[in-house]
Design a protein around this ligand. Structure first.
Ligand SMILES: Cc1ncc(COP(=O)(O)O)c(C=O)c1O
Length: 414
């Protein structure tokens, strides 16, 4: 029995690996069709007006018709009609039951762990994760919430994941391909070890997006997305999302967005819907450009290593070919002369812009050791392959010859 003060606390979501996965009604439509149609029908979804484009409902509150009837949505902190269209579209693209948006991808990650784990529990992940994710795992959760985050020693080996999972593990978290070193983790193999210990697997699908990789088809239970990256593609908005079982999404909504806030704004959700219409086309172009750029860099004498799973010499090239449609627009490479070498090359760029994000239509670059992953210890950076001379590059949709020409003139300054 709950006492009266706690009437609002839901029974927590309990992971059941044997529960049948419900099939979404739009599951038969092709991916490119769902990127345009899922979650909104221009005639069926509207009671009071017709519109070809989903409406932006920029309202904080939703009036009651009668005293007795609580409307849904009721208040903008919980859900809004525009965000609901986006949530249904993202759930459809990822092949999940439901979706919940958040103010950013980092917020979505926080909401997930905060909802699933209690003091004394743990989360298992690897060092192949984005910088803010690492900061949450290494400091915020252990120090503020007493939730330990364990980093597996050898993420290539499923046994290494298995060794860290115990009865207190509430989540296994894989980022693949990872930012910034494009490490590829075997989703199906890690799902198997996680499920054998009755633990849900979350895959961060930010770098590939559902256009190139569908973690849920490979056994993932939850998908994390930063909408700020390829999904929106223009560095014009911040947003994040989780896709997963409806009960869990409602649990997270109830424990975080409903009471705490930090939601994605309807305007940004609406913009994302417009950007998603071109996601499959954009991801194809990013991938072909990145492949050409990676092949060029791989031949350049001033480049020590290229991290891009489209190169046959990438350690997980075969796995990436199996679990991804193509290899995406994010890559990184190590230049000669460490930090100084990276500074020389990056200061030499004329077309490529130095900026902290990825997934943009224009090519940009960034130096992870001093910017996003500066809080890792030197040993952790070494284990994650974040060398001093590492440059992360998000390959845009320009003519690839122009990107390569800019790289060539900058690399020749070394
Ligand atoms: C792989 C990955 N996931 C999630 C995030 C968090 O996204 P946001 O910037 O929207 O908080 C990032 C950000 O860099 C990322 O690289």
């Amino acid at each position: 029995m709950k006492d009266d003060r706690h009437f609002f606390i839901r029974d927590p979501w309990v992971y059941d690996p044997a529960a049948p996965k419900p099939i979404r009604p739009d599951a038969d439509l092709g991916f490119r069709t769902r990127a345009l149609h899922a979650g909104f029908h221009p005639l069926k979804n509207q009671q009071d007006f017709r519109s070809f484009v989903p409406p932006i409902v920029q309202s904080v509150t939703y009036p009651y018709e009668t005293f007795e009837e609580i409307p849904c949505p009721v208040y903008g902190r919980t859900r809004t009609p525009t965000n609901t269209v986006l949530e249904n579209r993202l759930a459809s693209l990822e092949g999940g039951e439901a979706c919940l948006t958040a103010a950013s991808g980092s917020q979505a990650l926080f909401n997930l762990i905060f909802t699933l784990a209690r003091p004394g529990d743990n989360v298992v992940t690897s060092l192949n994760i984005f910088g803010e994710g690492y900061k949450q795992a290494a400091t915020i959760f252990p120090e503020r919430c007493r939730v330990e985050c364990r980093f597996v020693d050898n993420p290539e080996n499923p046994a290494s994941w298995d060794a860290q999972i115990d009865s207190k593990t509430k989540l296994v978290w894989v980022e693949t391909p990872s930012n910034p070193c494009l490490f590829v983790t075997d989703i199906a193999a890690v799902a198997e070890v996680a499920h054998a210990k009755k633990t849900p697997l979350m895959v961060d699908n930010t770098t590939a997006t559902a256009a190139l990789q569908r973690p849920m088809d490979l056994g993932a239970d939850i998908v994390l997305l930063s909408i700020s990256k390829f999904l929106s593609g223009s560095a014009t908005l911040l947003g994040g999302a989780l896709v997963g079982p409806e009960d869990l999404m409602e649990d997270i909504r109830w424990n975080t967005t409903e009471f705490i806030g930090a939601i994605m704004q309807p305007q940004d959700a609406w913009l994302t819907l417009q950007y998603l219409e071109t996601l499959p086309l954009r991801m194809e172009r990013h991938s072909t450009n990145a492949q050409a750029v990676a092949e060029f860099l791989d031949r350049h004498p001033n480049v020590i290593r290229v991290n891009y799973s489209g190169l046959p010499k990438h350690p997980q090239h075969d796995l990436a070919c199996r679990q991804m449609k193509s290899h995406g627009g994010l890559m990184s490479f190590v230049v000669k002369n460490g930090v100084q070498g990276a500074a020389t090359v990056m200061n030499g760029f004329e077309l490529i812009v130095h900026a902290v994000t990825f997934g943009t239509s224009r090519t940009i670059c960034m130096h992870p050791p001093t910017i996003t992953h500066e809080h890792m210890t030197p040993a952790e950076r070494a284990a994650a392959g974040i060398d001093d001379g590492l440059i992360r590059m998000s390959v845009g949709m320009e003519n690839p010859k122009d990107i390569i020409a800019d790289l060539e003139q900058a690399l020749d300054r070394l």
